[in-house]
Structures are given as structure tokens and as C-alpha cells.
Design a protein around this ligand. Structure first.
Ligand code: ACO
Length: 332
């Protein structure tokens, strides 16, 4: 039987940085408030002519180079995004494939908000274990600045742009295999986080909406409480299912939404500070891109060791949630 191995990681952030100080010139907020409530200091913002597919292609290029897998051997490309280049079609994954010179592949996007990367990881694992595909490029890419309302201080301080990507390949070595991926969703909480306009469920009569009405809206405080509860439960379940103790995990890489959420979950799981990876201070919340961007930071710092089992955990709009136990298995 073929197993799925997490071979490589790559990420990209656009050049422009938006600091808390910059935001305090736009809305009624302050560096002190944002830092204390979220841990965020700055976020990167894409240029007007820089699309989600550009960010995703740059991250994917790095992941490909580090994987040792040839472009011609990639047989599937999946992108997790809530800020695609185009509403409905074509998929951002198809555009990224073309930008990378990848031809004749299965390419599609999925929408699971901040849990997107864990969803595409589970899809890649299933396709490889079934024997249908051998080398899958998975990409979390977001230009959230395009769907952020910069008059709403409750949301605009949170989000940033960026992308992260990984190559998942078939292996017959069970020690390299992704151990487990859990995913879930509950539409009962759909109204906590949504882009209410621009779809067939919108209050507008047609899909043609006025510019500036397709922004994200969030009930921040309620979302916060559900996030802490769900993330903690999720990790406890995946660790118990696989008979692994939290102290045996070297790096816990949660979705980067808010430092206080990450701290509360880490404390509930009795994690030591050095186990918990924090990048939200530098990038803000980049939704489906946040986990691969954090893995990439860890990789580039030299702290991610071949063979170590990463614990991933995410929560986002939908609501969706997911967790994963993933050995880092670069090609030898
Ligand atoms: N600057 C100053 N004051 C602010 C700001 C701001 N940027 N934003 C809100 N406030 C005010 C509010 O108006 C309120 O004032 P009031 O008490 O006079 O009414 C006060 O601060 C407290 O507001 P809360 O919303 O209760 O603040 P909270 O501590 O909950 O922090 C935050 C808000 C940061 C948004 C937090 O709730 C949060 O991080 N929520 C979770 C976000 C999340 O995890 N989302 C999921 C993933 S995202 C995705 O899937 C795309």
C-alpha cells in the first residue's frame, strides 16, 4: 500500500508591510489595543496587480524546488482559498498550475476558510493512499486584503496576505507516512464568520454586487470562545486516537488567528512555550495560508527536523475545524 509523505514546504509573503501604527491612521485603534488583544504587530499586503495565484505560485515554486520532484511528475494541484483570483471560475489551482508550467493535471480549489490547509492535506492523503495520484502540490493562498473592510476596526486589524505550499508524495516507507488527519464542519455557526454578499444566498437579487460589499464579517467575541473550545477538543481527540502524548510533540503548529487563542489552547493542552509555534505577530491571520507559512518559518529557522511529527490544528469560517499528525519526511 502507498502512504502519503509530507516532502517539502515553501511560502511567500508580498513585500508591503501594514503595521498597527499604519492601521491606527485608518480606523480608531492603537498598536497597544491590537497587540494586547491579538498579539499581531504587522501583516503583509499584496499589490493591486498581485493576485492570490501569484502568491500561491511563488510559495509552490519553493516547495517544488525543495521537494526534488519534477514539475512533470506533479499529478494534482489543490488550492485552499477564500480569496480566489476569480469568483466561481476558473479555479486558482488551475491558474497556479499554468504559472508553474504544470500541464494536464487535476486542479481544483476548496473552501474551508482557515482550516483549508488541513482539508487539502486530507484530500492529498486520500488520493495517494488510494493509488490514484503520486505527487500532489497543496497550496494555501490568500489575498485577504481584497475582502477586508478597512472601515471595520473589529476585522481589518486581523488579516494579512500570503501563501504556503507543500509537496505530498507517495512512499512505501510507513515511517514517513502522514499519521492521521481529522476534519469537521458545522453550518449551525455559519453566521459567526461570513462574506454575506456575492453569492446566491446574498441579500442582493443578482450575483452582480456593488464594489466593496463582499467583505468578511465576523462576530469576533463569540468566534473566539468557540475557537478555543473546538481547537482544544480536536487536538485531544487526534492525540488520543493515535496514542500520542502532547509532551512528545516537538512542534505544535496551530492556525494563527490570535495569540490569546493559541495561548489558551496551548495551556489547556499543557504545552510548553517552546512547543507552540507563533507567527501571528508578523503575518496576522492569513486563513488557509497560515499553517504552511508557519511550517515554512520553522523550516527556514533550521528547527524543523526530518522525521519529527508536527501537530497541526485549525479552526475557521463554516465553521470548520481540523487537526493532523504529520511527520516531516524530506526526500533523502
Ligand atoms: N481597536 C480598538 N477597540 C476595538 C477594536 C480595535 N481594533 N476592535 C474592537 N474594539 C472594541 C469594541 O468596539 C469593544 O468596545 P466596547 O466594549 O466599548 O463595546 C471592545 O473593543 C471589545 O470588543 P470585543 O469584540 O469584545 O473584543 P475581543 O477581546 O473579543 O477582541 C477580536 C476582538 C480580536 C476580534 C477577538 O474576538 C478575536 O480574535 N476573535 C476570533 C477571531 C478568529 O479566530 N477568527 C477565526 C478564524 S478567521 C477565518 O476563518 C477567516
Amino acid at each position: 500500500m502507498a502512504y502519503a509523505a509530507f516532502r517539502s514546504i515553501g511560502a511567500y509573503v508580498p513585500q508591503k508591510i501594514l503595521t498597527n501604527e499604519d492601521l491606527s491612521q485608518i480606523v480608531d485603534t492603537s498598536d497597544e489595543w491590537i497587540t494586547k488583544r491579538t498579539g499581531i504587530k504587522e501583516r503583509h499586503i499584496a499589490a493591486k496587480d498581485e493576485f492570490t495565484s501569484d502568491l500561491g505560485a511563488k510559495a509552490a515554486q519553493k516547495a517544488l524546488e525543495r521537494s526534488g520532484v519534477c514539475v512533470s511528475d506533479i499529478d494534482m494541484v489543490i488550492t485552499a482559498t477564500i480569496s480566489p483570483d476569480y469568483f466561481c471560475m476558473p479555479s486558482t489551482a488551475a491558474i497556479i498550475s499554468t504559472k508553474l508550467g504544470i500541464k494536464n493535471v487535476t486542479a481544483f480549489d476548496i473552501s474551508a476558510a482557515c482550516t483549508g490547509f488541513i482539508y487539502i492535506l486530507s484530500i492529498a492523503k486520500a488520493f495517494i493512499e488510494s493509488g490514484m495520484k503520486k505527487n500532489i502540490l497543496i497550496i494555501g493562498a490568500e489575498k485577504l486584503s481584497a475582502i477586508t473592510d478597512y472601515t471595520d476596526r473589529g476585522t481589518c486589524i486581523l488579516f494579512g496576505d500570503g501563501a504556503g505550499a507543500a509537496v505530498i508524495s507517495a512512499t512505501y516507507n510507513k515511517d514517513e507516512a502522514i499519521i492521521d488527519v481529522h476534519t469537521g464542519a458545522d453550518g449551525e455557526y455559519a453566521d459567526l464568520l461570513m462574506t454575506p454578499n456575492g453569492g446566491t444566498g446574498s441579500a442582493h437579487d443578482s450575483l452582480e454586487v456593488e464594489a466593496g460589499t463582499s467583505f468578511m464579517q465576523m462576530k469576533g467575541n463569540e468566534t473566539f470562545k468557540v475557537a478555543v473550545r473546538t481547537l482544544t477538543k480536536d487536538v485531544k481527540e487526534i492525540l488520543a486516537d493515535n496514542d500520542i502524548k502532547s509532551e512528545d510533540i516537538k512542534h505544535f503548529i496551530p492556525h494563527q488567528a490570535n495569540y490569546r487563542i493559541i495561548k489558551a489552547v496551548g495551556d489547556a493542552l499543557k504545552m510548553r512555550d517552546e512547543q507552540v509555534i507563533i507567527t501571528v505577530d508578523k503575518y496576522g491571520n492569513t486563513s488557509g495560508a497560515s499553517i504552511p507559512m508557519a511550517i515554512n518559518d520553522l523550516y527556514e529557522s533550521g528547527k524543523l527536523e526530518a522525521g519529527e511529527v508536527m501537530l497541526l490544528d485549525a479552526f475557521g469560517g463554516g465553521l470548520t475545524w481540523g487537526s493532523a499528525l504529520v511527520p516531516f519526511s524530506p526526500s533523502k
